[in-house]
Design a protein around this ligand. Structure first.
Ligand code: 13P
Length: 305
């Protein structure tokens, strides 16, 4: 990026009283101009602490909604409103309510990758970094876990004393674009590399991993590890941050592991959003109020990995 463009962004942020939050899967040039880069839990926590009037959120829709729910008084701006999370679209309020009626004693734990409306009818939220901790903490013995089936199956490996009922949702990037064969091929090419994967991957991928983490969990782990090479089983842009923060180490992503929605946010769109302070994300106040409760409960329980 040109130095004058970087300077212009810094000046605009100041002038507009804006802060830029970006997910670890954002394009390198977006990560470079963001004030905070992180995983879903980190960004939700940061969203409760920022003091700027305007939040420019570079991520997919459920992340932007989460920032708004936690900051109803702030203007939350999504530079590309078509950047949606297909996993979050796999559960709707009506189907969930039917399911809840069939399981009246169950607590509904909703992965943050859900819409605000779905959160509003959930008991507590979780992210990939704290799902095990959150479910362990719940008193109910029966849990409806929505919508990521692979994350639910991963949680079940650690929790045997609860009946965790899974929803048939998947993240297309983790489920279909990161295959066991891809990881094994990378391991053949780089035998010394340690395999680290995201819990949204299929169980057969998790079975061959040395560690399973959220994206920030991976960031922390590789920087503390004595190992020098890692095969990364998550959206490949995370490797930009990993390489930037650990220039002496080597990272091997799966070439097909791309989330096309995360890539819809471009530098041009962020610049436009900064200048015009739009498109603004709005949510009905009753949804904000109801969806806030399960999110706050999650934040109070906190970090998992
Ligand atoms: P993290 O919270 O681990 O960054 O994951 C977010 C996500 O949406 C993965 O697909």
């Amino acid at each position: 990026m040109k130095t004058n463009q970087k300077k212009e962004i810094q000046e605009l942020k100041k002038e507009k009283d804006a802060v830029i939050l970006a997910h670890n899967y954002q394009l390198p040039e977006i990560q470079d101009i963001a004030d905070y880069v992180g995983d879903s839990l980190y960004l939700a926590q940061i969203a409760t602490k920022v003091s700027s009037k305007h939040i420019i959120f570079c991520g997919v829709n459920f992340m932007v909604e989460t920032a708004k729910i936690l900051n109803p008084e702030k203007t939350v701006i999504h530079p590309s409103t078509d950047a949606i999370c297909p996993l979050a679209e796999m559960v709707d309020v009506e189907s969930l309510k039917w399911f809840q009626e069939d399981h009246p004693d169950a607590a509904t734990v909703s992965y943050v990758n859900t819409t605000a409306e779905v959160k509003a009818v959930s008991d507590i939220c979780c992210t990939s970094s704290n799902a095990v901790k959150i479910i362990k903490n719940i008193k109910e013995k029966e849990i409806i876990f929505i919508p990521d089936r692979n994350l639910g199956l991963y949680v079940k490996r650690f929790i045997k004393d609860k009946n965790i009922i899974l929803w048939p949702g998947i993240c297309p990037t983790h489920h279909s674009r990161i295959k066991r064969e891809d990881i094994l091929k990378l391991k053949e090419e780089h035998p010394k590399a340690e395999i680290i994967v995201h819990p949204e991957c299929q169980p057969e991928v998790i079975d061959i991993a040395y560690q399973v983490f959220s994206t920030n969990g991976m960031v922390r782990y590789v920087s503390q590890s004595k190992k020098n090479e890692f095969i990364i089983g998550t959206e490949k842009e995370l490797c930009y941050r990993l390489r930037k923060e650990n220039p002496e180490k080597k990272f091997y992503p799966v070439a097909t592991a791309i989330c096309p929605n995360m890539k819809k946010i471009t530098l041009d769109k962020v610049m436009k959003s900064l200048k015009n302070l739009e498109p603004i994300l709005n949510l009905p106040s009753d949804i904000i109020e109801k969806a806030r409760r399960p999110l706050i409960k999650m934040i109070e329980i906190g970090r998992g990995d």
